[in-house]
Each structure stands twice: as C-alpha cells, then as structure tokens.
Write a protein that binds this ligand. Structure first.
Ligand code: WTA
Length: 652
C-alpha cells in the first residue's frame, strides 16, 4: 500500500523560496508592490482602470452593484468580446501578428494572423446567422482541440449567442444533459478528433446525444477526420446538418459585432458539484473580460513577442480564459495543440516548445508528475531556452513536482506561477506576480490585487488553516447557476453571510504564503479534472447489477486523486473480474472516460452511520490503506473492518 507522505506533510516543512532574476524583473509588466497598494486604496477604481484598457461602445455608469449574492459589474457599459479579441488589434498594428499557431497531433500546423482570425470568425458568425442563430440563443460546442473551437467561441461572442463548450471526451449522455439544460438550438461539432493516433468519433457521439435533444435545430460539422469514410460516417441529416467548410465558403468575411450589455451572458460552462447533476456556471461579458485581461497580463507577464502555450483543453474553464479570451484580448500569440503529451513519444511537448520558441508554458500538476515519471531524458533532448515563465493550475502541486518543474523544464531560470482559481471564479484569484514576490513550492502565494480572500472556520472566525473564503465580489465571478438561483445561493453563499465559499481548504504560513490543500466537499480532483462523487455513484447504480455504490478519492502519485468505488451487487449477481470491468466501462460510457473508476471493490456492506449515511471518510481510509479513523458513530463497526481486510487482500 502506498506510504507516501501526503501533500500537507510535505508542505508543512517547505521553507524554500525562489525569485525571478534581475533581468526578468527589469522588463516585467508588474515590477513592484504598487499595484497591490493601488488596489487596496480603491478596489473598484483598480478594476475600472483595467476595464478602461478595453474597447467599449458605451462606458459604464456604475462599476459594481452588489446585492449579495448577486453582482453586476460595469453597469450600463456596452461591449463586444470578439471585437476586443480581434478587431481592436488591427487598429493597434497587429494585423499581421500571429494570433494562433495550431499544431495537429499528426504534425500538421496552421498559423492565423489577427487579420486571418478575424475573417474566419466573421465568416462563421455570418454563417451562424444565416442558420437562424440569434443574440441570446445557446450554442453547444463539442469539438476537439482545433482552431475551429476558438473560432466557434469567438463567432458566438460576435453575434451575441451564448456558447457552452462541452469537453470532447464527454459521453453522448453528458452532451445531451448539457444541451437539454440549456435548451441549445445549435451544435457545432466535428466528424472526429485525433487522440493518440486514433480518431474520437465526435459526430457519431453527437448524433447519439441528439436522439434525446429536441431543441437543436442546426448542426455544424467541421471535417477534421478527413472526408468521412464509412467507419466515421458522419451521416449528415438533411436540413439539420451542415459542413463547416461549405458554410463558410460562401460567407462574407465582414460581420459587425453585436453590441452587448456588460451583463449579457457570454457563456455557460458546466462543472461538477456535490450532487449528481453538473452545474451550468454562468459568465457574463464586461467583468469577465476585464479580469481575464488583467490576470493574463500580470500573472503571465505577457509581452508583445511572447509565444504563449496553455496545455488545457478548451472544454474546461482554463481553455476559455487562458487559451482564448485572456491571451487574445491582450493581442498575444497563442499556441494550441491537438493531441496527447506522449504521442508519438513522450518528448512531444518539448519538441513543440522548441519548434515554436514557446516562452510561456502553463500546465497542470498532474501533467508535471507524469513528465517526472517519464524522466528528464525526454526533456533534455530539446532546446528549451526560449521558455521564460512557467505556470500551473488545477490542483495542489506537491513541492517535489514544483522543484522538478523549476529545475528540469525551467532550467532554474523561469519563475513559476501557481494559480488558484475555479470555473466559478472565471479568472485567476490567487497567484504570485512573478517579478514582485518570492515563490514557495506548493504555495499559490497571495490574492491577486483587487481580490479579497481570507481563511475561515465553520463559524466564520478567521483562522490560519481552514476554509478558503472570498469576502468581496470580483469582476469575473459567476453570476448564477443556469436556471437555478436557489442552488447558486445554497452552494456558494449559505455557509457565511455574503461571503463566497469555494469548497477548498487552505493554510497561510507566517510569511503570508497561501497554500491550497484541496477540496473539502464531495468533489474529486482526478488528473486535474473535477468530478463529483455523486455523479460517479449515480452512473454506478445505473448499471443493472449495482444495488448501492460509494465513491471516494484516494491518493495517486500522478493523478493526485484516483477514483475508488465500493459497490454492493443486487441479489443473483456474482462478483467477477468481467463484471467489474463492465461496471467501470459503464461509468465511462455514462459520463466520459475521465470518470472511469480506477478501482472497484465489490462488498456485501458499506459503513454507515446510525442514520444511514455512508461514511466516505472511512472508505477513504480503507482505500488509502490508512489506520481507520473514528468509527464510533458507525451502525456496525465490523463492516468497515471486514472491508479493510477484503480491500487489502485484493490489492496484493
Ligand atoms: C483546484 C480550474 C490548488 C481547487 C481552474 C479548485 C487548485 C478546483 C489550483 C477548480 C491550484 C485549481 N492549487 N488547487 N493552483 N487551481 N485548483 O473548476 O480545488 O476545473 O476548487 O477550475 O481546482 O477546478 P476547475
């Protein structure tokens, strides 16, 4: 069983500090703590000064209206996000500057200048209009990591349609649930996407999803996997389905941007919570763009000649804010890669860094731990001297992985920014500013200027280790959960009065370094992905053999947390390896491969309290092979002892 120290133990001893070089500091976007003072003196004015860097069609009359827990930012302001990400740069002399470099998994490459990107976005925007998509309509986007994903998002933003990107790895059922919750009228997908040499049949999945969606009227299909063969036959339904390339061929490359209200919806992105049903996180326009612009510029120290690469998928919030909106609104050159880091070999990322002279690299700790495992030989084959800044996001980073990132990828030259934020926060909330503060392995640093965080206990008392809390509204905050204000209020605002509860635990040390310790609710963070335990449990009990199920996260060297399931079978079903495999696959089919349990233990009983609640805490102890925690509230303590014995024997 694993006897690894957990992240907390390693963090408690961590005292090392690292700072940027004098040369880095000299040229940095933010060079001193004046920015913190300015934000502290007048927080709203600080955010206003960032909003002023954008192009508004009409200026706001009020910076913030806060009726807890509902915020409105830059009231009265009128603005278009796509105009700010594209047109504005042509006026600022970036016509021929590369906006997007795309590397396909099969080695293809495409470059779009700002002018090219504007034209392509405008063509698609006009095409969507010709299909009847209007301002306020919801458009689902289910695409691989191809330029058309960013183009589709920007085209929706251009005409005022609300996009909802669904990660290409999600199952037909997950796609259908999201489309139905949104009542989306249009879907943009592809015939397929490349992943580790194979093709993910997106259109076939989409067609399956659409069998249970009545609101979709039009489907736009990008031909990525080539002209459809029988195998991937993206059968096109007459009147409903349209090939992307045919649509845009005849479309005008001019499309005037729809002038949007600052609080109009920009997108809805679904994320996992503590119930079985994912939440549609609502983001609006002016405030969101303001905070992503500010954080991209300051945290990543974005300079005019940088080549910026964020390895996230556009299906997650990181892809929205830090592949598309933040960098493009700053006029950056963004790299996008379609495939897996180990295809065709484990040096692929570093080959890409060398090929395109990547200077800023932003990834997740789970990826760093995988690189570590693969060994530095893969890295050292390539020239990484163009790199100057590294970032991490998505989960706590253990100091060992941090130091490896610093030494092997950053060659001890590149500052690391550890950025804490969430789908709900829309943009980075906690991170060091690379030229201003020292960094400490495993610590995200301090709140971004203009963001007010604290640590509280259950009663709202200030503590040094406890729940992370955000005490003031921020521009890119979620506005609600789509169609469910009550759930919004309950989930985030019911713990303390008027204070946002993100669901994370954290500690602050005597030097003011803030370390995020992980989720404190029933949400797992596996390989940087958020999955609700209830979501997996619902998929498990959906299998015909399963009577009851409980899911916990257990420590995993690379993924951070692995999904461990405990299952009680219905009568007449016998445990077998085949059945376990079938149940695992069933979960992957219901939700997507990221939710497939790493282990399933078939048991006759689950540890429950006297009131019948499953004690997941004890199951976690069993799964991690730890001494069992307090069992006094258990209805039958022998259940958990028996389970532990069984678990240990099965793991041998
Ligand atoms: C976790 C991803 C520690 C945290 C942007 C949060 C982190 C959840 C960090 C949100 C970090 C994100 N250090 N933990 N730097 N960044 N997290 O919505 O638990 O996919 O609540 O957004 O990831 O995940 P989400």
């Amino acid at each position: 069983m694993n006897a690894k120290p957990n992240n907390l133990d390693a963090l408690l001893d961590e005292k090392r500090q690292f700072g940027a070089s004098a040369e880095f500091r000299k040229k940095a976007v933010v060079r001193d703590r004046g920015i913190y003072d300015k934000a502290k003196d007048d927080r709203l004015n600080f955010w206003e000064s960032w909003a002023e860097t954008l192009k508004w069609n009409e200026k706001w009359h009020t910076v913030l209206e806060w009726t807890p827990p509902y915020a409105k930012w830059f009231l009265g302001g009128r603005i278009n996000v796509s105009e700010n990400c594209l047109d504005r740069h042509l006026d600022e002399g970036r016509c021929d500057k590369t906006a997007l470099i795309w590397e396909g998994e099969n080695g293809e490459s495409r470059h779009y200048s700002y002018q090219d990107l504007l034209e392509e976005v405008s063509r698609l925007a006009n095409s969507l209009k010709s299909l009847g998509v209007k301002k306020g309509d919801r458009v689902a986007i289910y695409l691989p990591m191809i330029p058309e994903a960013a183009i589709a998002m920007l085209a929706c933003a251009r005409i005022g349609a609300v996009h909802s990107v669904v990660f290409g790895g999600f199952s037909p059922q997950s796609l259908a649930d999201r489309i139905n919750d949104l009542r989306a009228t249009c879907l943009i997908t592809a015939d397929g996407g490349y992943r580790r040499g194979g093709v993910v049949p997106l259109k076939i999945n989409a067609d399956k999803a659409l069998e249970s969606c009545v609101t979709i009227e039009k489907v736009v299909v990008v031909a990525r996997a080539g002209q459809p063969t029988k195998e991937f036959s993206a059968e096109m339904q007459n009147g409903r389905d349209h090939w992307y390339h045919e649509l845009i061929r005849g479309a005008e490359s001019n499309c005037s941007p729809e002038v949007m209200d600052s609080e109009d919806l920009l997108f809805v992105l679904y994320t996992s919570g503590t119930t079985g049903k994912p939440k549609g996180i609502v983001h609006t326009t002016g405030g969101y763009l303001t905070q992503v612009v500010a954080t991209t510029k300051c945290v990543f120290d974005l300079q005019e000649d940088d080549v910026y690469w964020c390895t996230a998928d556009v299906g997650w919030i990181t892809g929205h804010s830090y592949i598309v909106y933040g960098p493009l609104a700053n006029g950056a050159t963004v790299l996008m890669y379609e495939g897996a880091p180990d295809w065709p070999d484990k040096g692929r990322f570093w080959e890409i860094c060398q090929k395109y002279n990547v200077s800023i690299f932003y990834t997740a700790p789970t990826a760093i731990r995988a690189f570590m495992k693969w060994g530095k030989e893969w890295v050292q084959k390539y020239d990484l001297s163009s790199l100057r800044l590294l970032g991490t996001v998505g989960e706590p980073i253990n100091p060992e992985a941090w130091v490896w990132y610093h030494e092997v990828i950053g060659e001890e030259r590149c500052p690391i920014v550890d950025t804490w934020w969430q789908t709900e926060t829309g943009a980075i909330m906690i991170s060091t500013l690379p030229a201003v503060s020292q960094t400490r392995p495993g610590s995200a640093g301090e709140a971004f200027p203009g963001i007010c965080t604290t640590l509280l206990d259950e009663d709202g008392e200030s503590v040094k280790a406890g729940f992370l809390a955000i005490t003031e509204p921020w521009p890119s905050m979620l506005r609600t959960i789509y169609g469910d204000d009550e759930r919004y209020e309950d989930t985030y605002w019911s713990k303390w009065n008027g204070i946002y509860f993100p669901g994370d635990g954290a500690k602050i040390d005597e030097d003011g370094f803030l370390s995020i310790l992980g989720r404190v609710d029933d949400v797992l963070n596996t390989a940087g992905h958020r999955i609700g335990t209830m979501e997996v449990e619902s998929a498990l009990v959906d299998h015909p053999s399963v009577a009851e199920a409980a899911v916990v996260g257990k420590f995993h060297e690379v993924k951070g947390e692995a999904i461990a399931a405990f299952v009680i079978l219905k009568e007449k079903w016998d445990a077998s390896d085949e059945l376990v495999m079938d149940i695992r696959n069933h979960v992957a089919e219901k939700i997507g491969a990221i939710a497939r349990p790493d282990s399933i233990v078939i048991t006759a009983d689950l540890p429950k309290t006297r009131s019948g609640k499953i004690m997941r805490r004890l199951l976690k102890d069993v799964a991690e092979g730890k001494a069992l925690g307090d069992t006094t509230t258990l209805a039958d303590p022998s259940v958990v002892q028996g389970l532990k014995k069984q678990y240990l024997s099965e793991q041998q």
